[in-house]
Ligand binder design. Structure first.
Ligand code: GAP
Length: 520
């Protein structure tokens, strides 16, 4: 059954709430904007995503090690990294609606609208000319398409120029020239565009004033940079080597929306790979491919993932690409791969006065390494997995009528519960005792659930809705011959097998090694 993208997104959000994956933070006080809590199944899925990333990075690479740095860091860290001066978004307020927007996003949306007009003309012509339609020729020659396309390209170019030059007045002019209205009120009564720093700050208890001002880290990467020599010396790693970390990051996003896509408190999985200067582009290409392979190993269709080079490079990068995923609201950034040069280590060396150089025994020289970074938001990955896994299927119910089956087709190694153990009926003592026994035997090996409430069909549906890949059903034949049925969530096939084989069968089908083997 195909669901419209807007409905799909709405359904995913309510499914996450209804089935204990994600709740709005402090909901009894009406929630806190762009902050969310993970429920019992959400935390399991999120932990499995983190585990898959950690194992693919740290366990599968001899030259990558992990750390867990503190969220608070010395405030000069953020001066050196450039975040105090340059971690800004252009902010504009509408004076009538009092709503706050990111100027660049308003302009991007205006460009998307112009681009939609091009697509509409092309669709219309394709319908009119049928099989005879030559789309490339039409795009090159149709005067209306050319006019729209030129406007979209010029606007994009002006936006890129303003963003790289931090030209706030230029952005204000673009908003006026494009005649952009507030999406809420329709008003064009805008303030000037100004820079807004995205870091949250707080105060250290025992130091008053500016000296005691601390920031909640806006990226985990800096904890890795400042520990670079500690890690290299204590693990005796030789370049090239990497340091991986998973942890919370905080950003005071101006416009935070689309559920867990853009949050104010979120989690990052980052890896900094330290390389010899001059070799960084080779490793940049290597990590670009490796990271794409990690996503594809999950069974995500290749058409749902794509690379997008950055038009504007961040202050620290000499090359950058995003891996975008097709969310229900379109292709958006899921992960970033950046070649960060020696910007961070050099800045920290300069501001701290401590040498952050590596002695390369092969070259017999000291240098500051270059860095290639892979950075993915754990919550965004969670949303990508949910978007891909959430499926509504039409299946016959017990009376043979069409019914909707909502199923999360998560890769089995990531599923929150691997196996449910279900006695066919609940009021037969010998069946329930047998099923409980199997549950007690399996629960130490992988996350299991025992469920005897409601008819068996309803219990299957409950497990489908949380993505449980296998259900073991204990029936009357079990009591005779010691066999059970194993139901597959996706194919709905039921195999009969001896109880003694269940543990190994489910283990082998849900093992993380399956993904790691494909991830390259
Ligand atoms: N250290 C580099 C860095 O932080 P970034 O592109 O700003 O780069 C990396 O962030 C990843 O973190 C993004 O690709 C995205 O998955 C995630 N991310 C960034 N901001 C986020 C937010 N407000 N909410 C959720 N995830 C976010």
């Amino acid at each position: 059954m195909s669901v419209q993208p807007e409905d799909l997104f709405r359904n995913i959000v309510s499914h996450c709430k209804e089935y204990g994956f994600i709740y709005p933070s402090s909901e009894i006080y009406d929630g806190l904007s762009a902050v969310y809590d993970y429920g019992p199944y959400g935390v399991e899925l999120k932990n499995n995503i983190k585990d898959y990333w950690w194992q693919a990075m740290v366990r599968m690479h001899e030259n990558i090690v992990g750390i867990d740095a503190a969220i608070f860091m010395h405030p000069r860290t953020w001066k050196a990294s450039g975040h105090v001066d340059a971690f800004n978004d252009p902010l504009v307020d509408n004076k009538d609606s009092k709503k706050r927007y990111r100027a660049d996003q308003l302009i991007e949306e205006a460009i998307e609208k112009i681009q939609a007009k091009v697509d509409k003309e092309v669709d219309k012509a394709a319908k009119r000319f049928g099989d005879q339609f030559d789309e490339a020729m039409f795009r090159q020659t149709n005067p209306r398409v050319l006019e729209y396309q030129q406007k979209a390209d010029e606007t994009e170019q002006r936006l890129a120029t303003c963003m790289s030059a931090n030209d706030m007045e230029g952005l204000g002019r673009l908003i006026a020239d494009l005649d952009i209205a507030d999406p809420v009120s329709g008003s064009r009564n805008w303030t000037e565009v100004r820079q807004f720093n995205l870091m949250f700050s707080t105060q250290m208890g025992n130091i008053a004033g500016e000296e005691g001002k601390l920031y909640l880290r806006p990226e985990t990467a800096q904890g890795i940079f400042v520990n670079f020599l500690n890690v290299q010396k204590t693990t005796r790693q030789k370049i090239p080597f990497g340091i991986a970390q998973i942890g919370k990051a905080f950003r005071n996003e101006i416009v935070a929306r689309q559920f867990i896509f853009r949050m104010r408190e979120f989690e990052q999985m980052e890896m900094q790979f330290f390389v010899r200067p001059g070799t960084e582009m080779d490793f940049y290409r290597y990590w670009k491919e490796q990271r794409m392979q990690w996503h594809l190993a999950l069974g995500t269709p290749p058409g749902k993932l794509r690379f997008k080079d950055h038009d504007n490079l961040a202050h620290y990068a000499n090359a950058a690409v995003d891996i975008q995923f097709e969310f229900p609201f379109g292709f958006r950034e899921l992960e970033g791969i950046h070649s960060r040069t020696d910007f961070d280590l050099s800045s920290h060396q300069e501001l701290s006065g401590r040498k952050l150089q590596y002695f390369d025994p092969e070259l017999n020289e000291n240098y500051i390494p270059y860095v290639v970074e892979t950075s993915i938001g754990c919550d965004r990955m969670f949303l990508a997995m949910m978007s891909h896994a959430y499926t509504e299927e039409t299946v016959p119910d017990a009376e043979g009528q069409d019914a909707i089956r909502t199923v999360l087709k998560l890769p089995p190694p990531l599923a929150p519960v691997k196996c449910a153990i279900l006695p066919l009926v609940k009021n037969k003592e010998d069946l329930t005792a047998k099923a409980r026994g199997i549950f007690d035997q399996l629960k130490a090996h992988f996350p299991c659930q025992y469920d005897e409430k409601d008819a068996i069909g309803r219990r299957y549906r409950r497990q489908d809705a949380i993505g449980t890949p296998y259900c073991v059903t204990v029936d009357f034949q079990t009591l005779d011959d010691g066999t059970v049925t194993l139901r597959d969530r996706d194919t709905l096939r039921q195999d009969r097998l001896p109880v003694a084989e269940v543990e190994n069968r489910v283990k082998s089908l849900t093992n993380m090694a399956l993904l790691l083997g494909r991830a390259g």
